[in-house]
Design a protein around this ligand. Structure first.
Ligand SMILES: Nc1ncnc2c1ncn2[C@@H]1O[C@H](COP(=O)(O)OP(=O)(O)OP(=O)(O)O)[C@@H](O)[C@H]1O
Ligand SMILES: [Mg+2]
Length: 163
């Protein structure tokens, strides 16, 4: 697990960009945290770092469920499970299948369906009681996909790591 502190939305964008720099096709990234925690903010920084164009812009996918961005270095599928009520509905979105075709997945509220979504990185954002611009961000991994990249990831995130 890697524990980070972000002190602004811009810093969350930069942290997301550092992670995006190490992703590969078929990676799943679950975004975890309450409403307003910064999941969509993370997604915005992540997409930009993958090279997604401004006119292919990242917004909250709450109403369309999956937004696909194909203008970056790897196709990105950004989903929000907030409105879904069953694991079957999540499975029907077919996100894993999209990743199998060589894309990266970014799923808001992904923790509720990790058994359907499979292994990957999880990024948990938590607000801070004292400062409304601070977020505590925890990066964790399920499975082995990051085994050979974990040290690089730690290095890339060193500036924001809590110790
Ligand atoms: N350090 C920070 N990191 C991320 N967002 C921050 C930070 N500080 C303040 N904010 C603000 O918090 C809000 C985060 O909103 P965002 O839509 O990203 O949350 P969300 O987790 O996607 O919520 P929802 O579950 O409603 O989709 C934004 O208004 C952003 O400007
Ligand atoms: Mg959101």
């Amino acid at each position: 697990m890697i524990d980070l502190r972000s002190s602004s939305v811009e810093e969350t964008h930069t942290i997301a960009a550092a992670i995006a720099g190490l992703v590969r096709p078929r990676d799943m990234v679950l975004l975890v945290g309450e409403m307003g925690a910064g999941k969509t903010a993370f997604a915005t920084g992540f997409a930009k770092a993958l090279g997604v164009h401004g006119d292919d812009h990242v917004s909250s996918p709450t109403f369309t469920l999956v937004h696909s961005h194909t203008s970056g270095r790897i196709p990105l599928h950004h989903a929000d499970l907030y409105r879904l009520t069953s694991l079957a509905e999540v499975a029907d979105l077919g996100i894993r299948e999209l990743l199998d075709m060589g894309a990266v997945g970014l799923v808001e509220w992904g923790d509720v369906a990790s058994e359907v979504l499979g292994d990957g990185l999880s990024v948990t954002l938590e607000a801070d009681d004292e400062d409304e611009d601070v977020r505590l961000i925890t990066v964790a991994v399920d499975g082995h996909a990051w085994d050979t990249r974990w040290e690089m990831l730690k290095n890339a995130l060193r500036s924001w790591t809590l110790r």
